[in-house]
Design a protein around this ligand. Structure first.
Ligand code: UD1
Ligand code: MG
Length: 450
């Protein structure tokens, strides 16, 4: 059955005190809106409309890139009015529709599909939950059959109604989108906030003889983000969820509570992650690899059995093949480190290829940038780069080359050659002993003079 989704995102989110619209703040490296869109897609929603305010060009760009359509709510007249603004974008669509607040990063697909399935049975369905602190949420009142009587907004609720602990989550489903828009169009704004309330749609539907069902979910799933503190709470909850999923998938973590994951972090079974590791977006780590403490990875691929860190930094487009070792204070950016190569200490490798089995000595730097352009360094299979070498790109070090320690390499080096670039070493026999004797004599003379 065809299903559509409407995401409400036109609210200002003023409590965030940010120039960025609330739904574009990130949780686990993905915009809140991205989480809601992803959950809807997983719930089988094929057409998604995001409702934003006129100034929110960036929200619309994000929605389009994520495969959703856009609708604009010219004035923020309330959630019911916002949902109605999506009508044009859905045309004559008559399948089921799910309407969801845009500020719900922990929304789960199952919560949405339960709600849609319930609406497909009953015509209309809303999601409720029982928060620890019901605060200012809309209160859900049930009739004697356990169907929805009505939702009362906190500001309109009597002291008696405020005692109800069942609250409106901000997720609503209807079996027929056109019926839903018909009800939304009949809302009034005769209430405390002079707004068209989406939670009053069921009241209008009831007048047409359609009683709304209620599905219940847990507090975390429908947690809304309205402030920086709530954003931090949502991040913490999301991290817990991602860590638990990684552990369940066979990832080893000594101190999971210190490991930060992104929404798309892909760690295979038998990856071992040490304490205080941060995974930015787009990281994949293959089985048997170990990411040691205090490493930072982003946009990187790590092959099987590779050893990374401690204190390693893998930046976007770092491709670490199987059995590679990347040690402490090594930074890799846009570079392929081929099978079994090693860079164990204090190195920068950027815009480069390091051939299989090559050994990169401590302090090696690929000098990839001339202030204007980036240039490529190619290091061949089995090459040995002596410590503290500067490889000035563009430069090609062929297979099997030895580069002497401390060299600044500016010209290509041919296969199996030795390249050394430094002044020849001089030896002055007996100089050190003469130097010490002179210094000792000076010191003794000075002491006598005092
Ligand atoms: C809303 C519900 C409340 C529920 C709570 C759950 C209403 C009237 N109340 O309250 O019953 O318990 O969510 O979190 O719906 N938005 C628009 N246009 C508008 C107004 C809001 O697009 O004119 C969007 C916001 O961007 C936001 C969502 O709708 O994503 C909800 O709005 P918000 O102001 O956060 O509603 P709450 O007061 O939280
Ligand atoms: Mg809210």
């Amino acid at each position: 059955m065809s299903r559509a989704g409407i995401i409400l995102a036109a609210g200002m989110g003023t409590r965030m005190k940010s120039a960025t619209p609330k739904v574009l703040h990130k949780v686990a490296g993905l915009e809140i809106l991205g989480h809601v869109i992803a959950a809807m897609k997983s719930a089988g929603v094929s057409r998604i409309v995001v409702v934003s305010a006129p100034a929110m060009e960036n929200v619309r760009a994000f929605a389009s890139a994520a495969g959703a359509d856009n609708a604009i709510q010219d004035k923020q007249l309330g959630t019911g009015h916002a949902a109605l603004c999506a009508k044009g974008a859905l045309g004559d669509f008559t399948g089921a529709v799910l309407v969801n607040n845009g500020d719900m990063p922990l929304a789960r697909p199952e919560m949405m599909s339960d709600s849609l399935a319930s609406a497909e049975r009953h015509g209309l369905s809303i999601v409720a939950f029982r928060p620890h602190d019901a605060a200012a949420y809309g209160r859900v009142l049930l009739d004697k059959d356990g169907m929805l009587e009505r939702i009362v907004e906190f500001k309109d609720a009597s002291p008696e109604q405020r005692k109800v602990d069942l609250c409106c989550a901000g997720t609503y489903s209807a079996a027929n989108a056109q019926a839903f828009f018909g009800w939304a169009a009949r809302l009034s704004n005769d209430n405390a906030q002079k707004e068209y309330y989406l939670p009053e749609v069921p009241l209008v539907a009831r007048a047409d003889g359609v009683r709304s069902a209620v599905t219940e979910t847990d507090e975390i799933t429908v947690m809304g983000v309205n402030s920086r503190a709530e954003l931090a709470d949502a991040e913490a909850q999301m991290q817990r969820r991602l860590r638990n999923a990684a552990l369940a998938a066979g990832v080893g973590m000594q101190a999971p509570e210190t490991v930060y994951l992104s929404h798309d972090t892909l760690l295979e079974a038998d990856v071992q992650v040490g304490p205080f590791v941060v995974f930015g977006p787009r990281v994949t780590v293959r089985s048997g690899a170990e990411i040691k403490a205090f490493s930072h990875l982003e946009g990187a691929e790590v092959g099987a059995r590779a050893l990374i860190g401690p204190y390693a930094r893998l930046r976007p487009e770092a491709v670490i093949e199987d059995d590679v070792h990347i040690g402490n204070f090594v930074e890799v950016k846009k570079a392929r480190i081929e099978k079994g190569a090693k860079a164990n200490h204090l190195t920068y490798i950027g815009d480069a290829r390091v051939g299989p089995g090559a050994n990169i000595g401590a302090g090696t730097i690929t000098c990839n940038y001339d202030g204007f352009d980036k240039h490529f360094t190619d290091i061949g299979a089995g090459a040995f780069i002596g410590s503290n070498s500067a490889l000035v790109a563009p430069v090609k070090i062929a297979d099997g080359v030895y580069v002497g320690a401390g060299s600044t390499i500016t010209k290509d080096v041919e296969k199996d050659a030795l390249a050394v670039e430094r002044a020849e070493q001089k030896q002055v026999s007996g100089w050190a002993e003469k130097f010490r004797a002179r210094k000792r004599a000076e010191k003794a003379a000075k002491a006598k003079g005092k």
